[in-house]
Design a protein around this ligand. Structure first.
Ligand code: HEC
Ligand code: HEC
Length: 374
């Protein structure tokens, strides 16, 4: 461990000397998290072959080869293993991946690239690109309610720099080559690339047009534009930002109506939840094909028969509210599951309160998009 810290400090000094403007996330604690278990110094030699295409410090010159500098080490390892086992395919990279047959070597190689300064973008080339950049920025930050495009920032972090807290599932995108980003987004969309967990990126890219993809790739690959007064066009798009309710439903996660939104031991809704339910109504208006299931749950105290009854009554009560707001009955199914599926510990008071809830879920009917969700 002591040895590790020393090498990291050495690399950091190197990085600060060469870096004119290092990304704010390049501090020892973040670099440490990115590196993971490997040894970056050993990895430098072991990655000689990789450096041929991906650049000596992971900043490749050609856009055919993705930048790896400052990428999460776990993400790099995952990709190499998946090129090896066929979950991801690329004629060039698949062959090369086969040459890494020792898992310790892979740890070290990945640690070396991860220890480098976070990849940085290139300047915007002209006015037309600036327009695309701003469009991409809006889409990245806010999504698009009309097309159902997600907010990328939720998973890929600010400016595409990844999530700071050991969230190595989500690759760093900010500063990556534009052409490479376009290729990956298109590959996800056409299911050429399918190694994303739970089909996350497939579900996202099916909602993107080729123009959206180019705008997003422009935003992510260019140096950040200093924030000035909001552009009129930008604020118009921001007005259609995806609300939390929309985002949750689109991501195939439940909108939870917690116990505190019902009168004690009753199915009667409190007015404070109406705003959220109105968002659900708005969602249903915007998505005429969408259907919902409402499932009530209880804690495990008392008789299961009563629990089942109350959980159903609460789901029905939410349904009645939506019906009153003109969502047609055929689009909503309500059921009660009593104490099934607890999401918290029934032994504690706060746990039991969490378990007493109604979940609103989108019924995913785009058959192509159905994959297992965790
Ligand atoms: C001959 C050129 C070449 C060499 C050498 C090479 N790569 Fe690659 N690598 C590629 C190409 C091309 C891609 C892009 C594949 C695609 O478009 O899907 C790639 C993609 C990757 C990715 C995916 C990056 C991402 O952001 O998803 C990783 C990780 C990677 N390479 C690691 C390595 C490692 C580690 C080595 C050394 C063992 C290596 N590569 C050597 C050409 C090369
Ligand atoms: C729900 C979380 C989530 C959201 C939202 C999300 N992504 Fe991703 N994205 C992922 C995951 C997970 C991966 C890594 C897949 C893998 O392991 O191969 C990924 C991978 C990518 C890659 C490939 C990176 C590389 O180096 O090859 C690109 C490009 C990308 N996402 C762009 C976007 C854009 C643009 C958006 C918004 C339109 C977006 N993502 C929204 C989860 C998400």
């Amino acid at each position: 461990m002591l040895h590790r810290n020393k090498t990291i400090t050495a690399i950091l000094i190197m990085a600060t000397l060469t870096a004119a403007s290092a990304y704010a996330g390049d501090n020892p604690s973040e670099i440490n998290q990115r590196i993971g278990l490997g040894d970056p110094v050993a990895g430098k030699d072991k990655s000689a072959l990789c450096q041929g295409c991906h650049g000596e410090d992971g900043n490749s010159a050609s856009a055919t080869f993705p930048k790896l500098s400052g990428q999460w080490s776990d993400y790099i390892q995952k990709q190499v293993r998946e090129f090896q086992n066929g979950a991801r395919f690329n004629e060039t990279m698949t062959d090369v991946a086969m040459s890494v047959d020792d898992f310790k070597d892979l740890f070290d190689i990945a640690a070396y690239f991860a220890s480098q300064k976070t990849m940085g973008g290139t300047p915007i080339e002209n006015e037309e690109e600036k327009k695309l950049y701003l469009e991409g920025q809006n889409l990245y930050l806010h999504g698009n309610e009309r097309t159902g495009a997600f907010r990328c920032i939720k998973c890929h972090g600010e400016s595409g720099k990844g999530q700071p807290l050991n969230n190595n599932l989500f690759p760093v995108l900010g500063g990556q080559h534009k052409e490479y980003l376009i290729k990956q987004l298109t590959d996800f969309k056409t299911e050429e690339r399918e190694n994303d967990r739970s089909g996350m990126m497939l579900r996202i890219t099916t909602r993107l047009t080729p123009h959206d993809i180019e705008a997003l790739a422009t935003y992510l690959s260019r140096e950040p534009v200093p924030v000035s007064a909001p552009e009129p066009a930008a604020s118009a798009v921001a007005a259609a930002a995806v609300s939390d309710v929309f985002q949750t439903l689109l991501e195939d996660r439940p909108v939870r109506i917690e116990d505190s939104n019902f009168e004690f031991g009753s199915a009667k809704l409190k007015p404070k939840i109406f705003k959220t339910l109105d968002e659900v109504v708005r969602f249903m208006t915007q998505k005429p094909d969408a259907k919902l299931t409402l499932v009530g749950y209880a804690d495990n105290i008392g008789s299961e028969k009563i629990n089942q009854k109350l959980s159903l009554a609460r789901a029905e009560s939410v349904k009645q509210y939506l019906l009153k707001k003109k969502v047609v009955a055929e689009r909503i199914t309500a059921r009660g599951e009593g104490s099934a599926n607890p999401i918290a510990d029934n032994k504690t008071k706060s746990g039991r309160a969490k378990n007493r809830r109604v979940e609103i879920r989108l019924v995913i009917k785009e058959a192509k998009n159905v994959r297992v969700t965790e």
